[in-house]
Design a protein around this ligand. Structure first.
Ligand SMILES: [Zn+2]
Length: 213
């Protein structure tokens, strides 16, 4: 069972009557997508939001629920606890909010089969590449997976997206054919442009930006 943080500005906290059932979501990996990849980020002071992220989040939030899905095996490894992770996620949401960005939920998997903390030592259904976090979020917030997207920088993210039935965009500069991703993008800003173009019915998504005009 994945765990979840709902930040102060989350639209999921509004009464259900104000929310649209069947909303599409963009699922976001955390490290390497929103935040600079620090090995086992432990303290809010280490947190660095990547360039272009607040703008991309603002553009996406107009049309999508925004749900972070992140493997946090550092908890099972005993490197940090749930309270420290909550502080990091609150700080991430706060930094984005300063620039008008909203995160609706942050799902995290604290587990690891070979973890050292017994409470989290398990072969769970939420650790990516498994789709448990996406499926759980879709179930809890009535999200339409068929119209949703996953953005991540690792094969695990793409695999989790595929298993959940969403379109995945792989961040990086490498080859994506055969990964199951529908496109590759340099960063979240570029991924957001691809997602919004596809939503608006402009074709040409079968490749990177600019490949087919
Ligand atoms: Zn898990």
């Amino acid at each position: 069972m994945p765990f979840v943080h709902l930040p102060e500005g989350s639209r999921f906290l509004r009464p259900a009557t104000e929310r649209q059932a069947g909303a599409a979501a963009v699922f976001l990996d955390r490290d390497g997508v929103l935040l600079a990849d620090v090995h086992f980020l432990r303290r809010p002071a280490q947190l660095r939001v990547l360039p272009g992220v607040p703008e991309a989040v603002r553009a996406l939030q107009e049309h999508f629920a925004l749900v972070v899905v992140t493997n946090q095996s550092g908890i099972a490894r005993g490197l940090f606890g749930e309270e420290e992770l909550l502080a990091i996620h609150a700080e991430l949401a706060r930094r984005l909010a300063i620039e008008g960005g909203v995160l609706d939920a942050l799902y995290f998997c604290p587990h690891l089969p070979e973890g050292t903390v017994p409470a989290y030592r398990m072969d769970c259904e939420c650790r990516k590449p498994k789709p448990g976090m996406l499926v759980r979020a879709a179930c809890e917030w009535q999200l339409d997976l068929a119209r949703s997207f996953m953005v991540g920088d690792a094969w695990r993210d793409v695999a989790a997206g595929r298993a959940a039935g969403v379109h995945s965009i792989l961040l990086g500069s490498g080859e994506f054919q055969g990964t199951g991703a529908i496109a590759v993008a340099a960063d979240l800003a570029q991924a957001a442009r691809l997602i919004l173009a596809r939503r608006n019915g402009q074709s040409g998504l079968a490749g990177s930006v600019g490949r087919r005009g």
